[in-house]
Design a protein around this ligand. Structure first.
Ligand SMILES: [Zn+2]
Length: 78
């Protein structure tokens, strides 16, 4: 997996094989071929960076990092 956090990915067979046991952390849907996904930071206890759908994430220009949308809003308010 590439570590360029500002990048988006298109879901391919490798991603499906490695991530579809649980699916997307945000919407709990399985990833489909061709979905646009990002490595995003979120409120997850075990791991900061998870693969989620791009539309569920916000890109923060200051940190050059994707954040899960709800998590990002909670950061902005604190
Ligand atoms: Zn999702």
């Amino acid at each position: 997996m590439q570590q360029k956090s500002q990048s988006t990915f298109l879901v391919d067979l490798d991603i499906m094989n490695s991530h579809n046991e649980k699916g997307c952390e945000v919407c709990n849907q399985k990833f489909s071929l061709g979905d646009t996904v990002v490595m995003a930071c979120g409120p997850w206890p075990d791991e900061c960076i998870k693969l989620i759908h791009e539309q569920e994430a916000v890109f923060d220009d200051n940190t050059r990092t994707w954040y899960e949308r709800t998590y990002y809003q909670s950061l902005a308010q604190s």
